[in-house]
Design a protein around this ligand. Structure first.
Ligand code: PMP
Length: 369
């Protein structure tokens, strides 16, 4: 269809902004046949008997009906499992990705700045571009802590509509200093989003600060606790703000099977918590093992993944692990010559067996060099 393709391209040049045309769509590599340690998913499902009960429950769901647009029953469970104060507003999203997008749609746009320390979760920038907002990144210090002066200076200069702080940060795994975060909350003219996607593994939260800071929004997700496939995120904040956000949410953004499944899972929240504890213990084991291997530098983490740098050629190293059956995330592809992601990798903590296989593949990849 060469003619019609050319016509489409001409129309795209006319109607699609240069910023979006210059972007790459978010791509996910195939993981078929590999140990999948690239996306911070939980390696666990529910025990077999509960798995059967859950599937039976799903069999009773009236999929011919629209879901509850507010997810009211699920929200009651969220509030009790995650100790969310009654006075806070709560909104559900199709993953926290969608909630980040709703925030950007509400306060971003032309001549608006969205700001985040970098490196951080790539969706903040991607969503800024797709909402015609300007993205400003403020580099973290070499130890991945917030550069307080640079951050406050950038906030004063750019007056961001929203500051995103991933807590713990992805991909570096650390939690930022809470005193500096409070300074950001006090100085930011717009919203400050504390993205607590990895809350299950660190248990530190700003939820109880919402009453103090009306510009604070906290995000959580079920994705890291065994439900990545269901796409369920939560926004918690001052009810005045969540009321505005609700206007931008599509009515049935969390589907009926996801709502029913999350309800079932949260009725067994103790199991999810035990799985998270297991992952934290295994993260410490993987960290210790990696620290003993020369040629790699591994950073402490409060999340379900570890950030590390390799001395050898990062692309060859990544390929060598993949040939040995282990898929991790090669962050080096996104890096410029001297940025903090040079030679950087991220590995998700899996089951103890998967972790052992990763360590074995790592050791043999280092030996290959
Ligand atoms: N925030 C952070 C910091 C993340 O790392 C991720 C997932 N990689 C998300 C949000 C997105 O989570 P969800 O699956 O809920 O969209």
């Amino acid at each position: 269809m060469p003619d019609s393709n050319n016509n489409a391209k001409a129309a795209i040049d006319k109607w699609v902004t240069a910023e979006v045309r210059a972007m790459q769509a978010y791509r996910v590599p195939s993981s078929t046949g590999l140990i999948k340690l690239d996306a911070m998913e939980s390696p666990y499902q529910l025990p077999a008997q509960l798995q059967r009960e859950w599937l039976a429950r799903l069999g009773e769901v009236a999929v011919n009906r629209y879901p509850d647009p507010d997810g009211a029953e699920l929200k009651v469970l969220f509030r009790s499992c995650f100790s969310i104060p009654d006075e806070c507003g709560l909104m559900l999203g199709n993953g926290s990705d969608e909630l980040i997008q709703i925030i950007a749609m509400l306060v971003g746009g032309t001549d608006r700045v969205l700001l985040a320390p970098t490196p951080t979760f790539s969706m903040y920038k991607l969503i800024a571009v797709t909402t015609a907002s300007e993205f400003v990144g403020v580099p973290l210090r070499n130890d991945f802590s917030l550069d307080r002066d640079a951050l406050l200076d950038a906030i004063a200069r750019h007056k961001p509509a929203c500051v995103f702080l991933a807590y713990p940060n992805n991909p570096t795994g650390n939690c930022f200093d809470s005193t500096t975060i409070k300074q950001v909350l006090n100085n930011a003219p717009g919203l400050v989003v504390l993205d607590e996607a990895y809350f299950a593994f660190c248990q530190k939260s700003f939820v109880n600060e919402i009453a103090t800071y009306p510009n604070l929004i906290v995000l959580r997700t079920m994705s890291k606790s065994g439900l990545a496939g269901l796409r369920l995120g939560m926004m918690i904040g001052n009810p005045e703000w969540t009321e505005q956000m609700e206007k931008l949410r599509l009515p049935y953004n969390s589907n009926i099977l996801s709502q029913a499944s999350a309800q079932f899972y949260l009725q067994h929240h103790d199991i999810l918590q035990r799985q998270a504890e297991q992952i934290r213990a295994d993260r410490n084991w993987v960290f210790q093992e990696m620290s003993r291997i020369s040629g790699i530098e591994t950073f402490p983490s409060e999340a379900n993944f570890l950030f590390f740098r390799v001395q050898q050629n990062p692309d060859k190293f990544f390929e060598s692990l993949r040939e040995k059956g282990v898929l991790i995330k090669n962050l080096h592809q996104q890096s410029l010559p001297e940025n903090p992601l040079k030679n950087a990798m991220r590995v998700t903590i899996g089951t103890p067996d998967e972790n052992r296989e990763f360590i074995a593949a790592l050791k043999s990849s280092m030996a290959d060099d």
